[in-house]
Every structure is written in structure tokens, then in C-alpha cells.
Design a protein around this ligand. Structure first.
Ligand SMILES: Nc1nc2c(ncn2[C@@H]2O[C@H](COP(=O)(O)OP(=O)(O)O)[C@@H](O)[C@H]2O)c(=O)[nH]1
Ligand SMILES: [Mg+2]
Length: 304
């Protein structure tokens, strides 16, 4: 099982040198190390406004308070992820439904199966819905995963109406007494309007069967894209109100700093993160773990 520390190795490699030089005891307080830190954080796609704030805060802290530089850095970073409070599956009389959206290849199908697995581990009774009726393999891939997870799937044939499949899935969940419905969707380019419109139809169909459905709309963002993933999220957010983010492929990313943009610029909570490809490698997002793993650098000792 991949850990936070493992998954963030690439991003940490980008920033480790600058951080360790910066937090080294006895390092000069300003000038070079602060500038280097600023540049390196930007390279890891930490958003520029956050970096400026960080540098300002650090500057101020040196003037007065004698906090350790590492603590200060850690505190400001965790603080900026405050929007991501922990998620718990609600208990309601109607099935609780989640619509999972995103571009092709971002990790939606895999993530839906992993979510079902997580939900089951927490005593939920989920049903998966395969509304990716665009590609022949769309439903097949989810069915294979669902078998491994031990969860059943409501799927449509290729070319079937995605909205009708979503409706049927909620209908089946009601009939079978399921408490959770996780709806996988076709990957769509955020620039293609008809597909974005289809999402509205899917939502409408869900609301017709269960008032207020879908209760959550989560976008899956591929962490290897860094800041470009934030752009995707913004366009999706305009087309269909998102309520949260799942960050996939954190393990392959060297630009995980973009995660800070999601909270700061979009105010969206990060719900889960993918730390690897396996079934149990989707975990709830944890700001403390995330920041600690980013800052898990060796501090060189001073020789003087
Ligand atoms: N390393 C890694 N790979 C992932 C993760 N999540 C998804 N993937 C891979 O990303 C690829 C695309 O996933 P898929 O679910 O088909 O994406 P979709 O097109 O959005 O449905 C697959 O090869 C997955 O195994 C993750 O957290 N870590
Ligand atoms: Mg898919």
C-alpha cells in the first residue's frame, strides 16, 4: 500500500532542496534562501498568491516571533487547505448519490470503483452506475472493477441515453434498498458543449427519481497536470455546480502544489486522493498528512 510519503516523492523532489536549505538552522533569514524557496514552490505548481502570502508571513515571523521556519511553513500551508474538512457519508432515507465527472483518462472509472470499495469498508451498501455509454468499453471497465470490489452495477448498452441509465440506477437503488449510488460518466472535453449539456440531462434525470439528487458532484483531476487541472475544474464548475474534488494520480505527479489552488481559488473541498492504482489506494484527503509528506525533507545540520 502506497503511503502519502511515497506518493508525494516526485513533488517533494522538486522542492526538497530549497526547503531544506531554507529551514536549515542558522541559514540566512532573507535574500537567497527565501527567493529560492519562492521560485521552487512555483515550480511545484503551488499557486503564486499563496507563495506570496507565505513569503510575506515568513518575513513577518522573522521580524518578531521566533517560530521555527518549518513550523511556520507547515502552518500556513495546512491553513490554506482549510476548505477540505473531512467527509462522512450521510445517512438519509433516500439513496445518497454522487455524480463523478471529469475529462477522459482522469481516472473517473477507477475512482468510482475505489469509492464503492471505501464506502463498503465503512458499512455502506453502494450501487455503481455506468453511464459512459459513449464507448463500447465504458461500462465493461466499470463492471470488471465492480466484480473485484463486490458491488453491483447498473449499466446501459453502448449508445444508450446516459440520463436514462442514471435514472434506472437510482430506481434500482430504491428497489434494492441501497444507501449510496456512485455514478460514473463519460469523459468529456470541457470545451465540447454538447457533452457538457448531457451532464445537465443526467442531473435532471437523477433529480426526477430522487429529489435533490445528485447530492454531490465530484470532479476527478489528474494530479500530473498540475495547474492545468485547475483550469479544467473551473470550466466544469461553470457548466455544472461541483461540490468537491478527487485528486487522482498523486503518485505520478511532480506538481502536486496545484492542490492548494483548489481550496484557495475555487473554495472546493478535496474529498479523496488517489495514491496509486490499486483498489485500496484511494484515501480521504488529509491536509496535515499532505503537507507533512511534502515537507518531509532532511534538514542539513550546521557545521559552524
Ligand atoms: N498511478 C495511478 N494511476 C491511476 C490513479 N487513478 C487512476 N489511475 C489510472 O489512470 C488511468 C485512467 O483511469 P480511468 O479510470 O480509466 O479514467 P477515466 O477515463 O476518467 O474513466 C488508468 O490506467 C488508471 O489505472 C491513481 O491514483 N494513481
Ligand atoms: Mg471511464
Amino acid at each position: 500500500m502506497v503511503t502519502w510519503i511515497d506518493a508525494l516523492a516526485r513533488t517533494r523532489r522538486t522542492i526538497a532542496g530549497a526547503i531544506s536549505r531554507f529551514i536549515k538552522p542558522g541559514a540566512p533569514r532573507d535574500g537567497g534562501s527565501l527567493e529560492e524557496l519562492e521560485e521552487t514552490l512555483l515550480l511545484a505548481d503551488v499557486p503564486a498568491p499563496l507563495v506570496s502570502k507565505l513569503i510575506q508571513d515568513l518575513d513577518k515571523a522573522y521580524g518578531g516571533l521566533r517560530v521555527s521556519k518549518k513550523e511556520m511553513l507547515q502552518k500556513v500551508l495546512v491553513e490554506s487547505l482549510r476548505a477540505s474538512d473531512s467527509f462522512s457519508w450521510p445517512v438519509e432515507s433516500d439513496p445518497f448519490s454522487v455524480l463523478v465527472v471529469g475529462v477522459n483518462g482522469s481516472g473517473k472509472t477507477t475512482t468510482c470503483a475505489k469509492l464503492a470499495h471505501l464506502a463498503m469498508k465503512q458499512g455502506r451498501n453502494p450501487l455503481l452506475a455506468a453511464t459512459d455509454t459513449f464507448r463500447a468499453a465504458g461500462a465493461h471497465q466499470l463492471k470488471l472493477w465492480a466484480e473485484t470490489v463486490g458491488c453491483d452495477v447498473v449499466a446501459g448498452a453502448q449508445g444508450a441515453d446516459a440520463a436514462a441509465v442514471a435514472y434506472d440506477a437510482l430506481d434500482a437503488a430504491m428497489a434494492r434498498g441501497r444507501d449510496t449510488v456512485i455514478v460514473d460518466t463519460a469523459g468529456r472535453m470541457h470545451t465540447k458543449e454538447p457533452l457538457m449539456k448531457e451532464l445537465q440531462k443526467v442531473r435532471g434525470a437523477m433529480a426526477k427519481r430522487v429529489p435533490g439528487a445528485p447530492r454531490e458532484t465530484w470532479i476527478v483531476l489528474d494530479a500530473t497536470l498540475g495547474q492545468n487541472a485547475v483550469m479544467q475544474a473551473k470550466v466544469f464548475h461553470e457548466a455544472t455546480a461541483l461540490t468537491g474534488v478527487i485528486v487522482s494520480k498523486l503518485d505520478g505527479s511532480s506538481k502536486a502544489g496545484f492542490v492548494f489552488s483548489i481550496s484557495r481559488e475555487m473554495g472546493l473541498p478535496i474529498r479523496f486522493v488517489g495514491l496509486g492504482e490499486k483498489m485500496d489506494e484511494l484515501v480521504p484527503f488529509d491536509p496535515d498528512q499532505f503537507v507533512s509528506a511534502l515537507m518531509n525533507v532532511e534538514v542539513p545540520t550546521t557545521t559552524t
